[in-house]
Ligand binder design. Structure first.
Ligand code: GTP
Length: 281
């Protein structure tokens, strides 16, 4: 992963997030809409406890539209609100704001009864690496936001960004570790670019991706690369893609590494299609 997670580091991260949790009324848990299960932290329920939570299905523009809805229903059945967002293009942000008011309504009313009025609603973002936490902070703050100064009584490093009306966001997200013990999860994170390619065997990864895409629908590869998939092995499909894209090395052999980067890059950019890799049970 981008960060080396070792038990001591995980413990420190958890503690620092818990400390910040005490400052906020609601948590935005950002996950990748293409891999909602794999991009969730394994301990998230325990970390957040009873704190109101809003799941942000980010990068929804790269995922299958119907699958996005299915995931939203899945979370709804678990009693968790979620929003379908494309933070790179500022889509879905309004809903985040509306739901933040709804989910914190009771607490704000309780405070008002105690005489604490006009207290802003405070939120923080958490998520595993690469899910789009910084992008979301930027798009939420660019729209209406202005940075507000340090609050007395709050750690000096914390900056609050005024989002809209009386909604404020902590400017630093809580970075969580993924479920890295699970092989399938590791693959999904690698497919979507959450793990640096330098750490991976890109050729093997591309073969696995082709295999996975074909298991969802053969039309993805067929239409993008204009080849017939049939019952061909993923390795042979890769060779055909290389041929189509003119990836040759001396002697007319296929440049497999170059072909692998092309397939991975085009998948990550959504050029092969809007593809969700995981579905709710
Ligand atoms: P870390 O700093 O590693 O924890 O990552 P992060 O969670 O802050 O993710 P970041 O905002 O850096 O986004 C990672 C990549 O995803 C960037 O290339 C973003 O441009 C891209 N990205 C973020 N949100 C979206 C989105 O909604 N749609 C698309 N297509 N790309 C997005």
């Amino acid at each position: 992963m981008n960060i080396n997670w070792y038990p001591g580091h995980m413990k420190k991260t958890k503690e620092s997030i818990k400390k910040n949790l005490s400052l906020v009324d609601i948590v935005y848990e950002v996950i990748d809409a293409r891999i909602p299960f794999s991009s969730q932290n394994p301990d998230i329920d325990g970390i957040l406890g009873k704190k109101p939570r809003l799941i942000i299905l980010n990068k929804s523009d790269l995922a299958n539209k119907e699958a996005n809805k299915k995931w939203q229903d899945y979370f709804k059945n678990k009693g968790i609100s979620s929003v379908i967002v494309n933070s790179a293009k500022n889509k879905g942000l309004e809903k985040i704001i509306d739901l933040s008011y709804m989910l914190t309504e009771e607490k704000i009313k309780r405070l008002a009864k105690k005489g604490i009025k006009n207290r802003p609603i405070r939120a923080m973002i958490v998520g595993v690496p690469n899910v789009g936490k910084s992008t979301l902070i930027n798009s939420l703050s660019k729209r209406k936001g202005t940075k507000v100064g340090n609050k007395p009584g709050v750690t000096r490093a914390n900056q609050w960004i005024k989002i809209k009306g009386d909604l404020e966001l902590l400017d630093t997200p809580g970075i969580l570790w993924p479920k890295f013990e699970d092989k399938e999860v590791g693959l999904n994170l690698a497919f979507t670019g959450a793990i640096k390619d330098e750490l991976l065997d890109v050729e093997n990864l591309a073969i696995k991706l082709v295999e996975r895409l074909n298991s969802i629908s053969k039309s993805f590869i067929e239409e993008r690369y204009n080849i017939l998939v049939g019952h061909k092995a993923p390795y042979d499909i890769m060779l055909e893609i290389g041929k189509r894209r003119g990836c040759f090395i001396k002697g007319g052999e296929i440049n497999f590494t170059k072909t692998s980067y092309i397939v991975l890059d085009e998948f990550r950019k959504g050029l092969i299609g809007k593809i969700t890799l995981e579905f709710p049970n």
